[in-house]
Design a protein around this ligand. Structure first.
Ligand code: ZN
Length: 254
């Protein structure tokens, strides 16, 4: 009898384990695991699943080292129409991301786009003449036809950044946790005064590394303090994909 009871307990325990494992596998299928270190680091992204193939075989991948900029024919200035609205700060397991309500838009030579979210990488993924920055913000925009445009804002060490502080003050340490940002927060507060930029075609810098993304990297960095950088790096010490070959792409400026 005692033996039977042990068997029942053991069986139910392994059954519970099996369910837990199955749930875990389901979650992995929905959110396949990729990372910045170890066996699922950027050099392996393209092999992790077929949808990620562009990460290894794509010819217009991001980020890039910005060099040999084409100096003729300046592009028009970027028109930022960023407004204050309520937003949500999410720790998604790869970065800290701020999801925005609709309202903010940007106008580029290629058309008008709505700002959807922005997130951070440490150090900056993009380099300028071989030099990276301690942090970058990627402002991800989508046009009505689904095309994506990213504006990158570089951060250099200096004074504490009050707009960044509002995000860092509430960002959750726990993965998948969320926090609210007040409706008076405007993404415009993170932009530098001088908005001249480099421009080129590229991709998402995370799986599935989809191409056809219009990239703008603002030339003028904004500042963050050493303490602010340390706070971010406590959560994400290194979440930057290495630079990818240009393969003949032309970098223009505006
Ligand atoms: Zn990014």
């Amino acid at each position: 009898m005692k033996k039977l009871l042990i068997c029942v307990i053991a069986a139910s325990f392994s059954f519970t384990n099996a369910i837990a494992e199955e749930k875990h596998a389901e979650k992995d299928a929905q959110h396949p695991h990729w990372s910045y270190e170890g066996k699922t680091d950027p050099s392996h992204w393209g092999e992790l699943q077929s949808e990620f193939a562009a990460c290894s075989i794509g010819k217009e991948q991001s980020p890039v080292d910005i060099r040999n900029v084409k100096k003729q024919e300046l592009l028009p200035a970027i028109v930022f129409n960023y407004v204050a609205n309520s937003a949500e700060v999410v720790n998604n397991g790869h970065t800290i991301q701020v999801n925005l309500q609709s309202g903010s838009t940007v106008k580029l030579a290629s058309g008008e786009y709505k700002l959807v979210q922005f997130h951070f990488h440490a150090p900056s993924e993009e380099k300028i003449e071989g030099k990276n920055y301690p942090l970058v913000g990627h402002f991800v925009h989508r046009a009505d036809d689904g095309k994506l445009a990213v504006v990158a804002v570089l951060f250099k060490e200096g004074k504490s950044n009050p707009a960044l502080a509002r995000i860092f003050d509430v960002m959750p340490a726990e993965v998948d946790a969320k926090a609210a940002l007040g409706a008076d927060f405007s993404p415009a507060d993170l932009l530098p005064g001088n908005q001249s930029y480099y421009s080129f075609m590229g991709s998402l810098t995370t799986p599935p590394c989809s191409e056809g993304v219009q990239w703008q990297v603002l030339k003028t960095p904004v500042e963050l303090s050493d303490a602010q950088l340390k706070i971010f790096k406590k959560l994400y010490r290194n979440n930057a994909r290495p630079v990818q070959p240009l393969n003949g792409r032309v970098i223009r400026e505006g």
